[in-house]
Design a protein around this ligand. Structure first.
Ligand code: SF4
Ligand code: SF4
Length: 348
């Protein structure tokens, strides 16, 4: 997350970016952290996504950073609002200055449209196609039945293949907290049951904080289990190695946040749970549960139990082929040797 600076100040922006925000990642830090990411466990990290704010705000720096990441062996994508594409010519010349970027994710929706017209999206899409770049459009809405959203979506589908469009529900966090009364999300007493892919993509903020995902609020305290560490205090390697044994993180990766609700209900704590959740928005479950001290405390206690940790370690080992947690906790299924011994065997 390179910068809080942005040409827009969208009312739903979770990081509250805008033209007057100054905070950004120092160039030396970005380049160093990219090297650390590329070196971590010999190419375990294959790609990097540059986001903000608006990374295109400073084109020269974006070119430098993306070249550096590409030279370090990482595949580079960038998230943008396409304000840089008022004409096809400008879109083409801008992207040509960024040869290391192979994928662009363009955010556009009713909120963004107050600042960046759909023509820009069209120009950016045509330029990406002409240059052979991969691209997606990320749309946020509070309600898929809303008239403004439906007519925007109709316009978008005239210029982009619907398979390239992904939809997310507006999360009432960051600047969108001010919108809460106007948001018309649908709610349900049951949480969304989808798994969370984004918990496998940690985010580095300009102040060095490493969060488990972009959905986890940038304002969360350091004690939050989704706050993995701070690169101003320790290395990326040490943050990521510690994350290997973070039971909350891996529960979210394996089953999604609804699992926290299931566990709490099964332990008789249904009465402390929220009464309703935003439909189709699993970040809402994390936000509601982890921002409530009593609920977060109870979850932390349960996740600290050896039996729960063992369940998560086995699920990682057998479901994701990730032995790290089982090895570090020396957890082996009954009748089977400790996986750390298994691993050491052939090498010794
Ligand atoms: S374009 Fe993106 S980063 Fe900029 S204000 Fe809007 S949501 Fe935030
Ligand atoms: S569901 Fe939770 S873990 Fe996944 S992106 Fe949202 S806040 Fe992060």
């Amino acid at each position: 997350m390179l910068t809080y600076r942005c040409s827009n100040s969208c009312p739903h922006c979770i990081v509250e970016a805008g033209p007057t925000r100054k905070k950004k990642m120092a160039l030396g830090s970005v380049l160093g952290w990219i090297d650390d990411a590329a070196a971590y466990r010999r190419n375990k990290i294959r790609s990097i996504s540059l986001t903000g704010g608006e990374p295109f705000y400073d084109l020269q720096t974006l070119a430098l950073i993306s070249d550096h990441a590409c030279n370090a062996g990482l595949s580079v994508s960038v998230e943008t609002n396409a304000a840089w594409a008022p004409t096809l010519e400008q879109a083409l010349s801008t992207l040509q200055e960024l040869p290391a970027i192979r994928t662009i994710i363009i955010s556009s929706d009713v909120y963004h449209q107050q600042f960046v017209p759909i023509e820009n999206i069209h120009n950016a899409v045509i330029a990406a196609e002409l240059l052979g770049l991969n691209y997606h459009i990320a749309v946020t809405t509070d309600n898929e039945k809303e008239e403004a959203y439906c007519s925007f979506r109709e316009c978008l589908e005239r210029i982009v293949d619907p398979a390239r469009i992904s939809i997310a529900v507006t999360l009432p966090t960051g600047r969108a907290r001010k919108l809460v009364r106007r948001l018309r999300q649908q709610t349900s007493p049951e949480p969304d049951t989808s798994a969370c892919m984004r918990a496998s993509t940690p985010v580095i903020f300009p102040d060095g904080r490493v969060m488990a995902c972009m959905g986890s609020m940038p304002t969360h305290p350091a004690s939050d289990p989704l706050c993995l560490g701070n690169l101003r205090k320790e290395s990326l390697e040490s943050v990521l190695e510690r994350a290997e044994t973070n039971p909350m993180l891996h529960l979210l990766r394996l089953w999604g946040p609804h699992r926290m609700v299931t566990i709490l209900k099964s332990r008789g704590h249904g009465d402390i749970l929220p009464k309703r959740y935003i439909r189709g928005c699993h970040c809402d479950i994390c936000t509601k549960l982890l921002s409530e001290k009593q609920i977060a405390g109870r979850i932390a206690e349960i996740l600290d139990e050896p039996k729960t940790r063992a369940d998560i370690a086995f699920a990682r080992l057998y479901g994701l082929n990730e032995p790290e947690m089982a090895e570090r906790f020396h957890i082996a299924p009954p009748g089977q040797p400790d996986p750390s011994e298994n691993r050491l065997g052939p090498e010794t």
